[in-house]
Every structure is written in C-alpha cells, then in structure tokens.
Design a protein around this ligand. Structure first.
Ligand code: AMP
Ligand code: MG
Length: 355
C-alpha cells in the first residue's frame, strides 16, 4: 500500500529535474542556489521544502522557522496524542460533555474554518464525524494488521455512532476563547482539513518573513510561495497517477502562489473479501463510496484545497462541478474509476507548457 510519502517524493522530484544547475564559474553575478530539506513526523508524514537562497544557512533558517510553526499546529491539532503543558484536540475530545474548555486561538481558528467547510460542502466534510471515523479507523487498522480477519463494521454500529456527529453540538466561543463538545459521545476528527489549514497558515508566516519563492509540501499537500524565481518561472508540480502501471502522473502543472492538493482512495484503505475500502467516509451513507480514484484541487488557499479535495470524493460529478465552478480561482481534476480524466473549465490553464 502506498502512502502520501510516496506521492510527495514523486511530486517534488519534478521540480528538481526542472531547475537548471548554477554555474560555479560565474561568481560575479552568482544566481541563488537551489536547496531542499526534508523532515518527518509532522502530520504523520514526510515534508519537503524547496527554495533558492544565497547560502545554505539562509535556507536552513527559512526551513527551521517553517518547521517550528508546523510543529505548533501539529501538536495543537493532534487527536491521537496529548502533549505536556498544552491543551490540544485530543484533550478537547477526551473532555466531551464536560463544559467549555479554554484553548489556543489556533484551535478556535481551525474550528471556525471547519465550520465554513461544513457549510460550503453541505455537510460532506464534517469534522464532528469523529465517532463514525473512529470505527472505520479501528476496522481498517485491524484489517491491515491481520488481513485474514478484515471485516466491515455493522451498519447498526455506524448508525449508532452517527447519532453523535452533529456539528451544532460543537460550541465555539470566540470571545471566551473556549470550545465545548455538548454531546459526551461526540468527537472531532480534523484529518480532512487540519494539514491544509496548517500549511496555509505556516506559508503565510513564511511570506510575512519576506520570503518570495518557496515550495512547501507536507505529505503531498503542496503550497507554492510565489514563483520559482524573480523571473516568474512557475514551479512544476506533478499530480500522482493512482495507476503507476499507466504513467507516473495524471498531469503536470505550472503553478505560482497556488496550492495543489489531492485526495485519493489509494492513500489509505483495507481489503475485505477482495474489495478496497478507503478512508474518506460519505456522511450520508456512512461508507466510503467508489466515485473516483482521486480528485485534485488547485486554488490559492491550501486549507480550501484540502477541504475541497475531500469533499469532492463525497460528491457526484455534477454536484462537484457545480461547487468548483462557483468558486473563483479554483479548479479540479477528477480521475474516474476507469482512469478517465475530467477537468473543471479552467483546469487546462494550469497544465505545464511544453518547453
Ligand atoms: P483527506 O486526505 O484530506 O481527504 O482527509 C481524509 C481524512 O479525513 C480521513 O483520514 C479522516 O480522518 C477524515 N475524514 C474522512 N471522511 C471525512 C468526512 N466526510 N468529513 C470530515 N473528515 C473526514
Ligand atoms: Mg482534505
């Protein structure tokens, strides 16, 4: 089974190939040198950063500040692990039904963002789906660990859990700086939105520190700061082909200052009686649906790209297209089950120009 790490490597390998080597024989007018860095464990995935700087030290400083920022978001948004001296989303979940909990402003902001996502997607992306997602998470984990014992959760179990997924039971009090889960049996799962939202906030902070060109990828959640260089040359980003036997990429894009995010059924799944069940659950059926192999989004805000890629896997093509066409500066690429590609109306404008 492939993970997002593999996607990431493939995505950024393209950028490497696209960058001309700098000549050591031109010291008078030395162009900035390309550097890259990798780090693990934030958002349970591999992160890669590519950029140009006058020195290794200058680049390392940019990366180190970015990593520090991402680490803060990672810890606050973690639903699986608590951290000493910090109230994070796991703590919020653990205290469901126990009244308002004071939290960091970054948690309030994520939850407000997730509320917008819930409304924009008509409930197809719902961070209050934790009780249902946890069941699938456990069954998938078991099925991967011991394929012979892989089974599907009972519908009755899912339906019982679904009684505790009301977004309205998440109370966000901005003024008081608190959140409350009204239903003691509910829990939050921010897996569909937190990474993209955190990458966006961290990218904005990088820009605020005066960096004009950088490519950030956190587990395939790509966000470009500016173009590749002062000449405005775009970054080249490949969208992974779910079927590598056909080709490595579905498309290669030219992007500057934009985010590219893909949700794919191949990223996390398990097999029951030979059939694959992936990790994105349709809140209306409580099951993973087989609409597409993947959906990719191009849009400026990485948080929105994350939200929309998950949402579109839960929407039929007509509804998905209507959602995308109604959003300015946002394009999508659907990879159907037979490998056929469907583009939103302006997607072709991002395809890499032939050299
Ligand atoms: P992504 O890879 O961004 O598409 O997000 C997938 C993750 O989001 C899953 O692993 C779950 O943690 C979570 N998730 C799955 N289905 C939903 C849903 N309908 N609404 C909100 N979160 C979901
Ligand atoms: Mg997502």
């Amino acid at each position: 089974m492939k993970g997002t790490k593999a996607i990431l490597l493939i995505l950024l390998a393209l950028v490497l190939a696209a960058v001309p080597a700098c000549s050591p024989r031109e010291p008078a007018n030395k162009p900035p040198v390309k550097y890259e860095a990798e780090f693990m464990n934030l958002f349970d995935t591999l992160s890669r950063v590519i950029g140009y700087a006058d020195s290794q030290e200058a680049f390392q400083e940019i990366v180190s500040d970015l990593k520090d920022d991402l680490e803060v978001y990672h810890q606050l948004y973690d639903i699986y692990k608590s951290y000493p001296g910090l109230t994070n989303l796991k703590d919020v979940n653990d205290r469901a039904g126990q009244g308002p909990i004071p939290v960091d402003r970054k948690i309030i902001d994520l939850l407000l963002y997730a509320k917008e996502a819930y409304e924009l997607t008509d409930g197809k992306v719902n961070i209050a789906l934790g009780s249902v997602l946890r069941i699938w998470h456990d069954y998938r984990g078991q099925g991967i660990l011991d394929p012979a014992s892989a089974r599907l959760p009972d519908r009755a179990l899912l339906e019982e859990a679904d009684l505790h997924t009301r977004f309205e039971d998440l109370i966000i009090d901005e003024a008081a700086g608190t959140v409350e889960l009204k239903d003691p049996l509910m829990s939050l799962d921010v897996g569909a939105v937190a990474k993209g939202y955190a990458v966006e906030q961290a990218a904005l902070a990088v820009e605020g520190r005066g960096v004009g060109h950088l490519l950030i990828s956190v587990g395939g959640n790509v966000r470009a700061i500016g173009a590749r260089n002062d000449q405005g040359d775009p970054w080249h980003v490949g969208i992974e082909n779910p079927d590598h036997t056909v080709a490595d990429y579905l498309a290669i894009l030219d992007i500057a200052g934009l985010s590219v995010v893909t949700s794919g059924v191949y990223e996390r799944f398990y097999l029951v009686d030979g059939k694959a069940y992936h990790h994105i659950i349709d809140p209306d059926t409580l099951f993973p649906e087989d609409r597409y192999l993947s959906v990719s989004i191009v849009t400026p805000d990485s948080g929105m790209a994350d939200v929309l890629s998950t949402a579109l896997l839960n929407l039929d093509l007509e509804k998905g297209k209507a959602l995308i066409e109604g959003l300015a500066g946002t394009e999508a690429l659907w990879c159907l089950n037979d490998g056929e590609l469907v583009q939103s109306s302006g997607f072709a404008g991002y395809l890499k120009k032939t050299d």
